[in-house]
Design a protein. Structure first.
Length: 103
């Protein structure tokens, strides 16, 4: 299997690395789930040393399944942001009233 650092094609073709950071709520730890180096003809999975030379169907399916929990995770964050927006609006109204009162 070619090594990403010694392969001539890798040196000539710019690569892009992607880190997917996962977080464990139970142990409150963060860990890198996947490191990918992209190349035009192929993808190298550095972490597991799996080399794909085909279409990216299998990879795209796994990314779709990875994205599903993130979508559910984002929903409570939206509700959290709504509360912050209302808090900022109330704070803004209060500051305006204080300015009027102090004049």
């Amino acid at each position: 299997m070619p090594n990403a650092s010694t392969n001539d094609n890798q040196k000539q073709t710019p690569t892009m690395s992607v880190f997917l950071l996962k977080s464990s709520k139970v142990s409150n730890t963060h860990y890198v789930a996947l490191l990918i180096q992209y190349n035009k003809p192929s993808i190298y999975f550095v972490g597991s040393l799996i080399h794909y030379n085909e279409l990216l169907k299998d990879y795209e399916v796994s990314v779709n399944h990875y994205d599903e929990p993130l979508i559910y995770y984002d929903e409570p964050l939206k509700h959290y942001d709504e509360a912050l927006i209302h808090y900022d609006e109330a704070n803004s109204l209060l500051m305006n009233e204080l300015r009027v009162f102090s004049k």
